[in-house]
Design a binder for this molecule. Structure first.
Ligand SMILES: [Zn+2]
Length: 400
């Protein structure tokens, strides 16, 4: 009798959690510091690209998703669904950047090119159903991280581009969506259509939006075949490692057996066919982009591509002074000194004042590792800054 009454009460308040058993053992210690979202219009699906135990620990430590579903279908609560989780990184959808601010993120333990377990599909379908109900989200707004992630220019792409990640891309396939009771999907990429971004990964675009037989037949097997870790004709270091290509933890093993890390390679376009690339699983997903450095990561042009002279490209010189790309002539861009730090796609806020704190400038992103405070000429990331010691006059650089 009592149990019945409880069930009835649950239905009346929130139909939601009646059907799902949550496991709270990885509930994130970051919950306290995350603010409540003002809006929720998307559900973003991810694949951890790592086995469940290490993935769960990292997701919890960093507060990188709201829910994670392991191979057995167990649903872990990581961040309260009303608060902000840092799951999407550099992202944009329909002209709006920082997708974390208006989405719920669900991580599936598994890989973007491998099938999920039947138990995972069942749990995910239930969880999506509940969240759609709570937030009134239509089916075409349940999308993959691959839909919304975008990259700053790099050696392969001269402009900001879609295709920074293939994370969760199989959630665009009609065969997968039907198992999740999703009846529609986005017909095209709104940011590519509006020319805010270019297509950086034609294969991904085909998986996400293709209508022909290739897309329908692109089951996980077809996806896996095209997705190897070895450099080949038509498969570059970027195709394999994405934005971790020049990372010091990304290992390149050449055909002769010799090895180098990403930060030790000068010319990524001359890598021999057969070079194997190993990206560390624990840094691969959700890694925050940081600034790149002239001389270390290449010339300004290599780092910022066609965006070298944009208003949203910032250069912080070794002397600690910053300048916008739009303030520089082409000659001045070439003369930026070795050691200049480059931030692409950033807004400038500030200066910090007693009545204008960091939260007033960029909300709760002030604590993010990809927000920077220019303190005495040094770029201090938001997750390392001591909020009691930010000097008056400090400028804040945050992703726009
Ligand atoms: Zn992801």
């Amino acid at each position: 009798m009592f149990a019945l009454w409880l069930a009835g009460f649950g239905l009346a308040t929130s139909r939601a959690w009646a059907v799902i058993q949550f496991d709270n053992q990885y509930y994130s210690p970051r919950n306290r510091e995350r603010s409540v979202r003002k809006a929720t219009s998307l559900i973003i699906l991810h694949t951890t690209e790592a086995p469940s135990r290490s993935a769960l620990r990292k997701l919890s430590d960093l507060g990188e998703c709201h829910y994670c579903i392991d191979e057995g279908g167990r649903v872990y609560r990581i961040v309260d669904h009303r608060r902000e989780a840092y799951h999407a990184g550099r992202s944009m959808w329909n002209g709006r950047a920082n997708v974390d601010e208006f989405s719920v993120g669900i991580e599936m333990c598994g890989y973007h090119n491998k099938p999920l377990s039947a138990a995972q599909y069942r749990s995910l379908a239930d969880l999506i159903g509940e969240l759609k109900h709570i937030y009134k989200i239509p089916d075409h707004n349940v999308i993959a991280h691959a839909h919304v992630a975008y990259g700053a220019p790099n050696k392969w792409h001269k402009r900001s581009h879609r295709g920074r990640k293939r994370c969760g891309m199989m959630f665009a396939l009609p065969s997968v969506r039907s198992r999740l009771n999703l009846k529609s999907r986005p017909a095209s990429d709104p940011d590519v259509k509006a020319r805010r971004l270019v297509v950086g990964d034609a294969y991904l675009a085909q998986v996400l939006y293709g209508r022909g037989p290739a897309a329908v037949a692109a089951g996980p097997v077809a996806i896996a075949r095209t997705d190897d870790n070895v450099i080949a004709k038509g498969r570059s270091a970027w195709d394999v490692a994405r934005d971790a290509y020049n990372d010091k933890t990304t290992l390149y093993t050449f055909p002769d057996g010799s090895k180098k890390f990403g930060n030790q390679i000068a010319d990524f376009k001359q890598l021999p066919v057969g070079t194997r690339i190993t990206v560390r699983a624990d840094v691969r997903e959700n890694r925050l982009e940081t600034y790149q450095v002239i001389g270390v990561n290449g010339k300004a042009q290599d780092i910022a591509g066609d965006e070298v002279r944009r208003f949203t490209t910032l250069y912080v010189r070794p002397d600690g002074k910053y300048v916008r790309g739009s303030q520089l002539s082409p000659e001045e861009v070439l003369k930026l000194p070795y050691g200049t730090k480059v931030l692409v796609g950033y807004s400038v806020g500030g200066p910090i004042a007693p009545n204008r704190l960091a939260t007033a400038i960029c909300g709760n992103r002030w604590r993010s590792a990809d927000t920077f405070f220019l303190i005495e000429g040094v770029l201090v990331p938001g997750n390392k800054v001591d909020d009691a010691k930010i000097p008056v006059g400090t400028m804040v650089f945050f992703k726009s």
